[in-house]
Design a protein around this ligand. Sequence first.
Ligand code: FES
Ligand code: FES
Length: 132
Amino acid sequence: MYSEKVMDHFQNPRNVGEILDADGVGEVGNAKCGDIMKMYLKIENGVIEDVKFKTFGCGSAIASSSMATELIKGKTIEEAMQLTNRAVAEALDGLPPVKMHCSVLAEQAIKSALLDYSKKNNVHIEGLDDVN
Ligand code: FES
Ligand code: FES
């Protein structure tokens, strides 16, 4: 049912934890299943220097957050904004259809953390006005 990559990122999640002096923090939840995902970003000169997450949720949500942090680490804000939940699921070699919403949480958590960053630093991030 689950790909090897999903199992790997579930059993050995990358970038777990929190960043105390984060530049942006985002928290999203899924009303349906009650899962919660928190994302911390350290941003310097428009680049995501560090990212950590804490997910209280299912294995697919943990694997999705782990993969999402890997995909945006070292990338620019613009590149991180392009990350879709489909790209996260594809990087994991797919998720079962009923688990696709878990990857949506990862995309939303990143955007929510970027929104927090943009508000705190008064910077405009293209495409964020439509979120939240
Ligand atoms: Fe917790 Fe299914 S909602 S195991
Ligand atoms: Fe809800 Fe995975 S079952 S995030």
